[in-house]
Design a binder for this molecule. Sequence first.
Ligand code: SF4
Ligand code: FES
Length: 255
Amino acid sequence: MSEEKFINIKLKIWRQNNKESKGKVVDYKLERVSTDMSFLEMLDVLNEKLIKEKDPLGPVAFDHDCREGICGMCSLVINGIPHGPEAETTTCQLHMRKFKDGDTIVVEPFRARAFPVLKDLVIDRSAFDKIIEAGGFISVNTGNAQDANALPVPRRDAELSMDAAACIGCGACVASCKNASAMLFVSAKVSQFALLPHGKIEAVERVSSMVSKMDELGFGNCTNEAECEATCPKGIKITNIARMNREFFKAILIG
Ligand code: SF4
Ligand code: FES
């Protein structure tokens, strides 16, 4: 059990009224922040204060859902790092004990052409949904659980597939990449199926349609910076990008 402490912090938060308006950084002060709070709970406290004080800009809009590191909604850039300073941790699982008394914390939305800001820290990540809709699934009937289990899968492939399936679609890989590339996300979605016999049947169509949708939506290309891997809260490896490139090359050869 951690011993509860309190810190005073300064916040610099991106405020933007809507998609069209110009945004700006606004300064706030928050006193006696419990170090046991999560980052999102700290924003809740700030918002309660802004509502109580009838702040002209109102509460800060930010996305969240599960607050358990599962849904991928809590997309914030904290002090220049998507999801903040703790490795393999989503913003909702980040705690205020990671900050010191007197710290200034800069909070911005994930930035990429394909992720327009809707309000304050809320972005539109529907581009990811469009990539999945383009083919990121298995459409053939794979049967019930016991039927699926009847197909032998090498242990290593099962493990690698499960590792890729851990991607929560948060978009941190896009936000951290200087090219705003979505290749880590797409490669995780391609890999989770490409490694299993059930997914191999539609592998050519899947990789072709997902990659062409990714390009069409304005994401950039991968130039092996590996920033995506460094900021991914689920530890998705860039070896998935190499696998996706091989799958894509095979698809070109097969036609
Ligand atoms: S690959 Fe990692 S950073 Fe990218 S969307 Fe998936 S979980 Fe988020
Ligand atoms: S709110 Fe669901 S992952 Fe953070």
